[in-house]
Design a protein around this ligand. Structure first.
Ligand SMILES: C[S@@+](CC[C@H](N)C(=O)[O-])C[C@H]1O[C@@H](n2cnc3c(N)ncnc32)[C@H](O)[C@@H]1O
Length: 439
């Protein structure tokens, strides 16, 4: 799957029939997953507990493993006493590999392998599965958590493949974001002017290029490998999205945005967002699998041990990520801001804006700027608005090729105030009703 550069959507790329998938498998992260002892152990504990719970309720344990890969989780389920195990895998060369591994482990009689994407499975007589499962175990997560289509996979399983009140392993995930100043990371994302040893410019990029926000795409890396003096955390790690994989309160939304109020713990320049996630493996929340970098990792925090003694696993199949913000923003310690987090079906992105404090930033305002934003297809927009969201006291930059309007207020007002705009089709005019703080 690749991202379509025009629309930003994920798409499958067709390949010729003689494409060597074995090379793809050999270079992929399946071996890394098999060596991830912590991941495998925590899946094993949670799966064993789920099967035991079903048996204690007097029910058979019917396990569905979505995206079985090498067959690992399906084999765990069979060994933990599941009454039936169905394992599906969308990637055909991998489904064949799972069949071979399962046969070599003498578990072929206990596990039904279906070489299909879970969303194509049919339940019932003549279908792929005779009956719905009551335990789902699946590991369809990437560094961005949802990049492999986890939301659609869990929603479909809930609707079509699982009994009500099924146990889902893992049961939840939480995404964390941390706002930092990190000039090293910023330099990976934006072109810098090239200055020689005598501090003369060899290449100096135009300011529009230097300020270009670039793409919001994820940049995955091992955050624990960044030297501690290369970044300055400005806000403590903040949970931004929770995903209830068992869909207890309904199906998962495919798109969401959250605005989280944060307070700067020190002064600096907001430049990038660090991101990682954790999985709550069991329903009771006793088994947590964290992808946090060392400074936010439970092993490190609880044991208060050194990085080398804290037993943090090295894994390449899940790392942490950096998201580049649309613009840089200076903040002072104690200042409040809004961290905005967004996700669609496959990806995440972030923005940050300062909250104007009425006490410190009260200023008179003479008018409001107006601009237009066209929503092309629910995901892509064209805007004649400012190049980045400005905060109080900052200069606003505009694209010189677009025009905006200004509506002057009858008399100057103190910030903050809000207003409601209504388009009057009869006069083709815009009416603004102002709500001041006092109102
Ligand atoms: C991250 S690997 C995990 C493999 C194995 N379960 C493990 O834990 O070692 C995810 C696998 O799920 C497959 N996959 C992802 N979404 C799927 C879906 N909805 N239905 C079937 N297979 C899927 C991918 O092709 C890949 O082989």
């Amino acid at each position: 799957m690749v991202q379509n550069p025009k629309e930003g959507k994920m798409e499958w790329i067709p390949v010729s029939e003689d494409y060597d998938y074995h090379q793809e498998v050999a270079r992929s992260a399946y071996a890394d997953m098999l060596h991830d002892y912590e991941r495998n152990q925590k899946y094993h504990f949670a799966l064993k507990a789920a099967i035991k719970k079903m048996h204690m309720l007097g029910k058979p344990a019917h396990v569905l493993d979505i995206g079985t890969g090498t067959g690992l989780l399906a084999m765990m389920a069979a060994k933990c006493g599941a009454d039936s195990v169905v394992a599906c895998e969308a990637f055909l060369p991998m489904a064949k590999c799972a069949a071979k591994v399962i046969e070599d482990n003498n578990l072929a009689e206990k596990i039904l392998i279906i070489p299909k994407r879970s969303t194509e499975l049919k339940v019932g007589n003549g279908g792929d599965m005779l009956h719905r499962a009551n335990i789902l175990v699946t590991e369809v997560f990437d560094t961005e958590l949802i990049g492999e289509g986890a939301i659609g996979t869990f929603n479909h399983a809930k609707k079509e493949l699982l009994e009500p009140n099924s146990i889902v392993v893992p049961s939840e995930a939480t995404i964390y974001a941390q706002i930092v100043e990190c000039p090293v990371a910023l330099a990976w994302h934006r072109p810098l002017s090239w200055v020689n040893e005598d501090e003369n410019f060899v290449i100096s990029a135009p300011s529009r290029i230097l300020q270009c926000a670039g793409s919001a795409a994820v940049h995955d890396l091992q955050l624990s490998q960044l030297s501690e003096n290369s970044f300055r955390p400005l806000v403590p790690p903040t949970p931004v999205f929770r995903f209830d994989w068992s869909c207890k309160d309904g199906l998962l939304p495919y798109k969401r945005s959250e605005s989280i109020k944060v307070v700067a713990s020190r002064s600096g320049t907001v430049q990038v967002v660090f991101m990682w996630w954790d999985l709550r493996m069991d329903e009771d929340g006793e088994i947590i699998l964290s992808c946090a970098p060392f400074w936010a990792h439970p092993n490190y925090l609880h044991k208060k041990s050194s990085l080398t003694d804290s037993g943090l696993p090295w894994r390449d199949h899940w790392m942490q990520a950096i998201y580049y913000l649309p613009s840089e923003m200076p903040v002072n310690q104690g200042e409040r801001g809004l961290l905005k987090a967004y996700h669609d079906e496959y990806s995440l992105w972030f923005s940050y804006q300062n909250i104007i404090s009425p006490e410190s930033d009260a200023k008179d305002c003479n008018g409001v700027a107006l601009w237009v934003e066209w929503d092309l297809d629910g995901e892509n927009t064209i805007s004649t608005g400012p190049l980045s969201i400005p905060s109080a006291g900052q200069t606003v930059s505009w694209d010189i090729h677009t025009r905006q309007g200004v509506r002057l207020l009858p008399s100057p007002l103190s910030l903050p105030f809000s207003f409601e705009a209504r388009f009057l089709s009869s006069t083709c005019d815009l009416s603004l009703s102002i709500k001041t703080n006092a109102a």
